[in-house]
Design a protein around this ligand. Structure first.
Ligand code: APR
Length: 241
């Protein structure tokens, strides 16, 4: 029975909460409508901060009106049940939303940052920021720099990679939920887990780009598949949902 489970989540887990995904087979994702190189790179921010900040303002407003779904809630339950059975859940997310936390997850490792936080481009101080981020806003700490969303843009290093590496090494099960396997380094975690001899499971609406890597897969909406999978794991641990 797995006790130290590493779960990687992507945009698909928040899709049923009304937050758009970036890529899908129908070509209707966010990056099919908008050019990521014009909106999600440090170069784009330097060139045109108004447009970049407006894009994140709209996503932030959308997030504030969203609520966690059954998949987020089931993972929060799993975290508690594993902890009470002497195990652990390492919940690593590529998502910049706070739906895992709002569902009750205590330890969420955000590798691509958090939309409800802003960072000073000069002193790097980070603060909670739930409202729009005007281009003229100065850093309340140093007063020198402007503020940018505390998210990882294309071409930038993801956060918390050392902690993620340690969590992967001690895991006895790897599960990817709602991610297309299109963006590295996250897309490489399944192969790393496999190389470590850790069983791997994919939960997704459709096969991801790296689906062949996984030992097992379950396809369908996360809000249905994840609670059912958590139920199985939890019952095995003698806990209850
Ligand atoms: N339930 C389960 N999976 C779903 C659902 C759903 N309801 N809806 C969509 N999916 C799946 C899609 O099939 C797709 O494989 O979720 C995946 C979403 O893939 P992406 O949109 O590429 O999101 P993600 O993998 O998280 O993107 C990685 O790319 O744009 C950058 O920084 C951004 O963190 C993001 C990274």
């Amino acid at each position: 029975m797995p006790r130290r489970i590493f779960v990687l989540t992507g945009a698909g887990i928040s899709a049923e909460s009304g937050l758009g995904t970036f890529r899908d087979k129908k070509g209707e994702g966010i990056w099919a409508k908008f050019d990521p190189m014009q909106l999600a790179t440090p170069e784009a921010f330097a060139r045109d901060p108004e447009t970049v900040l407006a894009f994140y303002d709209a996503r932030r407003r959308n997030l504030l009106s969203a609520t966690p779904n059954a998949a987020h809630i089931a993972l929060a339950d799993l975290e508690r049940t594993l902890a009470s059975a002497g195990g652990e859940l390492s919940l690593v997310t590529q998502n910049i939303d706070d739906l895992h936390e709002r569902a009750g997850s205590r330890r969420v490792i955000h590798m691509h940052g958090e939309l409800l936080k802003a960072r000073c481009v000069a002193c790097e101080s980070v603060r909670v920021w739930a409202g729009d981020l005007p281009p003229a806003q100065r850093c309340p700490d140093c007063g020198l720099g402007g503020l940018r969303p505390h998210v990882v843009w294309f071409g930038e290093m993801p956060f918390n990679m050392d902690e993620i590496g340690r969590a992967l090494e001690r895991a006895d099960l790897f599960v990817a939920i709602g991610t297309s396997g299109a963006v590295y380094p996250a897309a490489g975690f399944a192969a790393e887990a496999r190389a470590l001899g850790i069983p791997t499971l994919e939960i997704n609406l459709e096969a991801a780009d790296n689906a062949v890597i996984f030992d097992a897969a379950r396809y369908g909406p996360a809000s249905v598949i994840v609670p059912a999978w958590v139920e199985e794991v939890t019952v095995g641990l003698g806990g209850k949902i």
